[in-house]
Design a protein around this ligand. Structure first.
Ligand code: ADP
Ligand code: MG
Length: 360
């Protein structure tokens, strides 16, 4: 575990403004002399978990409290990873996948059960664009990235028999799940990081730390703002769209924000760019090079919805975003075949950075 004084860079799309005051206690103290929060100092911890640098930023009364809370939050993420990872052969998720087609329903612990229910609901609301049974397609596209060769039509056809949330049977009365088709494989890559970030924030809250933020690469969730401030400032990248205001930032409190896009894991082949996000309805990796930004009440929602909105046609994506309480979204459509364009829901909450140089 590392205690750092300066923010590390989060994923390309986000970085927390490095001008966030290191110890806000001093200036907050002037305004809030009687408040206990005036004694709080800023702490930051970073630890690699779930394949990304998991980052905690919060205000605490002393180093002992801060270190205990951070250790507990990281432990919780580690525990979640051991249940939810499809890389760990012994995880609860992998054991469920291994039961595919056996005719056996598997009783689940509460985290995995809750995530399957949430994912199933989004599968229905997104008309199949978000689908955690996408595992067999994901495997084919991972191999394609390694070998720099597209999956064959026959392989995609074979995999299609093992993909579809309609083959995931959930029984709420017994809290069991059954995978009805052989070779099904669940993949929580589109939702688990956001869920873990929410869980880590809850642990910090249980330790009495309410002015806190958790960042897991492109998934960030914020609690109460830094003492004396109106929100956590999160910078957005420049939009490669003519006429767009730049640079911009979000000022968030008790909200989450996620990005989805093909900036990192992708396959470039014969002039086309294949994303790590798959359209589960066709088995094809996305090629329309879109970057999606979702603000929501929690990171479980923002993470999963960002993946769903990447898959859906623009109009449907914005409709789904508008129909989800507490959600705002921005889609950057970067081609190919059309000039870059940005579409967003009417309440998308950015501020030009000039208006937002100091936390308020
Ligand atoms: P990142 O993990 O880079 O933040 P996302 O949150 O968008 O990106 O999740 C992408 C991951 O989700 C993929 O790597 C894969 O594991 C899984 N996935 C891909 N396509 C879908 C889909 N249509 N529905 C649900 N999960 C998906
Ligand atoms: Mg995501």
């Amino acid at each position: 575990m590392t205690l750092t004084a300066r923010p590390l860079l989060s994923r390309l799309w986000f970085n927390l403004a490095p001008t966030l005051p290191l110890v806000l206690a001093l200036c907050a103290g002037c305004k809030l002399a009687a408040a206990p929060q005036a004694l709080l100092a800023r702490y930051e911890f970073v630890h690699p978990l779930m394949g990304v640098p998991f980052r905690l930023v919060f205000y605490a009364p002393d180093t002992n409290v801060a270190q205990r809370a951070a250790a507990a939050a990281f432990d919780r993420v580690r525990q979640l990873n051991s249940h939810l990872s499809d890389y760990e052969p012994d995880s609860e998720l992998s054991r469920l996948s291994a039961s595919a087609g056996s005719g056996r329903a598997v009783r689940l612990e509460s985290d995995l059960w809750g995530l399957l229910r949430t994912s199933h609901r989004l599968y229905k609301r997104s008309h199949g664009a978000f689908d955690i049974t996408v595992g067999p397609y994901v495997d084919l596209w991972k191999r394609a990235r390694r070998q720099r060769e597209l999956p064959s039509r026959a392989a995609l056809e074979r995999a299609s028999h093992a993909v579809g949330c309609m083959f995931l049977r959930l029984d709420p009365s017994r809290r069991t799940a059954e995978l009805l088709r052989p070779r099904m494989r669940l993949d929580l890559g589109g939702i688990a990081k956001g869920y873990a970030a929410d869980a880590a924030l809850r642990v910090l809250r249980h330790h009495g730390l309410r002015h806190a933020l958790v960042a897991a690469s492109g998934d960030i969730v914020c609690g109460d703002p830094p003492p004396g401030a109106r929100g956590w400032r999160i910078e957005l990248p420049d939009l490669p769209v003519p006429g767009s205001p730049k640079p911009e930032a979000l000022l968030l409190a008790n909200r989450a924000v996620s990005t989805s896009g093909d900036t990192e894991q992708r396959l470039d082949l014969d002039g086309r760019r294949y994303s790590h996000i798959i359209d589960p309805r066709s088995g094809q990796a996305l090629t329309d090079h879109r970057l999606v930004l979702v603000v929501a009440r929690d990171a479980t929602t923002s993470d999963s919805l960002a993946t769903a909105l990447s898959v859906l046609a623009t109009t449907e994506a914005l409709r789904l975003a508008r129909a989800t309480p507490g959600v705002e979204a921005r889609l950057l459509i970067l081609g190919p075949g059309s000039p870059p364009a940005a579409r967003e829901t009417p309440g998308f909450p950015t501020l030009p950075r000039a208006q937002n140089l100091q936390p308020r």
